[in-house]
Ligand binder design. Structure first.
Ligand SMILES: [Zn+2]
Length: 335
């Protein structure tokens, strides 16, 4: 991944480039912003830039270190993620990072650790990381990827250089998809709208048709759940929870879907919809659900997301959320 591959985050990339240019690379960065805006792509590009032998405003993409970073075999670039089957980064993983960091880079210029997502570290793990932040070894760079700095302990945040990733206007994403990625105009328009301002997500979709098919399957399952009731809702839970690697993205697709129903109900303005290709279904379902029912769905999904991040079984968290959809007022809003 090169800086040139990160869509439309010029401010963030500019900050990283200027650190590399001046040689004043900070020992810890906080990449903060909504998922899908390019935080992990920028982290990969930054790690590659730090190792590249021929760096000039961007990594070359062809030298040996670049190729090793790209194929994820560079010994000095480590991604720290929740282990298989877990949703948190454990204290043991952080201790291991501290041990490795103490040795410095093995063959590269820098030792880079990317915590993705960093808020998968609970307080105990963050406190362990704090020791590394307080006495950073030479030539070690930590990148903490989060949605919001508030998800981390203030003591951790205060020791990191903040790099913000923002939602980008749809028209700007559409333009970048066409110009930077060569996507044809009609497809660029749909992808940009669906991305809801998340530039990196639009870029990923333009490369991976499977991701778009998955989004369609999520919405289809939600539509069935609303039309057909409990059994379809349980099937939707089963579907959403079955692929752990896509789970959080699926929940986001679901939240954007209900957000569209609410937006339609309140404005009736098609230009404000994210799911532009589903306007018919948005109209149909927003007729059958009132505002409170829609807000309850959004709250329940947010709660499920929160629970899953804290290791609650995804299927159970989702079933609890779907049961809350109509809790207390079974008939209200339905016609
Ligand atoms: Zn290179």
């Amino acid at each position: 991944m090169r800086f040139a591959d990160v869509l439309d985050q010029h401010h963030a990339i500019g900050l990283l480039r200027s650190a590399l240019r001046s040689g004043r690379v900070h020992h810890a960065y906080l990449f903060a912003g909504p998922a899908g805006t390019g935080r992990s792509e920028a982290a990969a590009a930054f790690a590659q830039a730090l190792q590249c032998e021929r760096y000039q405003e961007d990594s070359c993409g062809v030298c040996e270190p670049c190729r090793k970073v790209t194929s994820d075999v560079h010994p000095d670039v480590r991604w720290v993620r929740p282990l298989e089957g877990k949703t948190t980064i454990g204290i043991d993983q952080v201790r291991e990072v501290r041990r490795e960091a103490a040795y410095g880079p093995h063959e590269g210029r820098w030792k880079v650790f990317v915590f993705c997502p960093a808020d998968a570290m609970l307080a105990e793990a963050q406190n362990s990381l704090l020791k590394l932040l307080e006495e950073p070894p030479d030539r070690v760079v930590l990148v903490l990827v989060v949605e919001s700095a508030q998800a981390l302990l203030p003591t951790v945040v205060s020791r990191c250089q903040l790099v913000r990733f923002n939602l980008v206007p749809i028209s700007q994403i559409e333009h970048a998809l066409r110009v930077q990625f060569g996507v044809d105009p009609a497809r660029a328009r749909v992808l940009a709208a669906l991305s809801a301002g998340r530039a990196a997500r639009a870029a990923a979709w333009s490369r991976d048709p499977e991701a778009l098919r998955d989004r369609d399957a999520v919405i289809d399952s939600l539509v069935r759940a609303e039309r057909e009731g409990l059994l379809a809702a349980l099937q939707a839970c089963e579907f959403l929870a079955q692929d752990r690697s896509r789970l959080l993205e699926r929940l986001e697709v679901a939240a954007l879907w209900y957000r569209d129903l609410l937006v339609w109900k309140e404005t009736g303005d098609p230009s404000l919809l994210v799911n532009v290709d589903r306007q018919g279904q948005v109209e149909e379902l927003s007729e059958t659900l009132d505002r409170r029912a829609l807000r309850r769905r959004l709250d329940a999904l947010e709660e499920a997301r929160w629970a899953i991040r804290r290791n609650v079984n995804p299927r159970l968290a989702l079933e609890a959320a779907f049961l809350r959809f109509d809790a207390g007022e079974p008939a209200v809003g339905r016609t």
